[in-house]
Design a protein around this ligand. Structure first.
Ligand code: AVJ
Length: 304
């Protein structure tokens, strides 16, 4: 099993110099991501929220009675509230998140608003195997995976992950948000905001490593570089050393030259059809999908 330290050593040693975007998210990283969601250029969050609001009644009906709602990568529990408000006789709500303190604080606030809701938080990396509470005896498991986080996976990893969810949700369903292929200029702007919040979010990978692992480096000496690759239908984010940079991690030294970019994130975009094909390959049956008027973002209901 890999750890942040092992993954960072591997990334700095090369030749790939890629590291998982999950390491953006310590307390500061989660706060920066929440700021990104408010940016005028970053359309996914508000577009998805509008879709969730508009169709909340439909989702509640599809969930049925006595369901166990499982959210993968729960964060601040903003989006799921729209489902919880309308859901009927939930068996339980199971938020899964890697950031323990963040998750537990969000659960306490939710519990105060909804004292009757049975909340069973699971602190875990949702990209791995999950240890979940038992499913209800007479209700379905409904998975919720909003935010187009599925886009962070390479297509083959996305397939593996969807297969894992399909097994976990067997007989139930998955409601998943997927960002759509669109004008590259709009995508470019969403990951290159004028205020530089996305740049700070990107650099936070190094700051997180400074705080958590004692990495020695100068995060400000790395430029944020994000671009859309129309062939692979994905945004790539990199950190580019502005000059030669010496980094030290746990007694090992790494010298990065200006050409040696650190690849920190992929964000894949899909068409409705290409995503449904992937879901079918993972064993799901696409039953419905919803998009906004501009076709920027999609929600999919997949029967498991
Ligand atoms: C959380 C993975 C959906 O890919 O748009 C936002 C993360 N990165 N800006 C995305 C992100 C840069 C986001 N996801």
């Amino acid at each position: 099993m890999s750890s942040f330290a092992e993954d960072l050593h591997a990334a700095l040693a090369g030749p790939d110099r890629s590291i998982s975007p999950k390491y953006f998210y310590d307390t500061q990283g989660s706060a920066l991501f929440e700021q990104i969601c408010e940016l005028p250029e970053y359309y996914p969050t508000r577009t998805e929220l509008a879709l969730l609001r508009r169709h909340a009644g439909d989702f509640a009906e599809r969930m049925g009675h006595g369901a166990q709602l499982i959210e993968y990568g729960a964060g601040a529990l903003v989006k799921v509230r729209l489902l919880l408000e309308r859901a009927r006789h939930l068996h339980s709500f199971v938020p899964v998140d890697i950031s323990g303190p963040h998750l537990l604080a969000a659960c306490e606030a939710l519990q105060r608003e909804q004292p009757a809701l049975r909340i069973l938080p699971v602190v875990a990396d949702f990209t791995r195997m999950h240890v979940l509470p038992d499913p209800p005896a007479d209700g379905r498991r409904i998975g919720f995976f909003p935010g187009s986080s599925i886009g962070n996976f390479e297509p083959d990893e996305a397939l593996q992950f969807l297969r894992l969810l399909r097994e976990e949700l067997d007989g139930g369903a998955l409601l998943i948000g997927v960002d759509l292929i669109k004008d590259p200029a709009l995508l470019h702007a969403a990951y290159n905001d004028a205020q530089g919040v996305t740049a700070r979010f990107n650099q936070n990978l190094l700051r997180h490593a400074q705080r958590a692992l004692g990495l020695e480096c100068d995060p400000d000496a790395f430029d944020h570089y994000a671009f859309y690759d129309p062939r692979r239908h994905r945004i790539e984010m990199h950190l580019l050393p502005r000059g030669p940079q010496m980094l030290q991690l746990q007694g090992r030294q790494y010298l990065l030259s200006p050409g040696d970019s650190l690849h920190t994130e992929n964000s894949h975009k899909y068409s409705v059809e290409s995503f449904q094909a992937l879901a079918r390959e993972a064993g799901f049956r696409p039953a419905a999908h919803w998009t906004d008027a501009r076709d920027w973002f999609s929600l999919h209901w997949l029967e498991a």
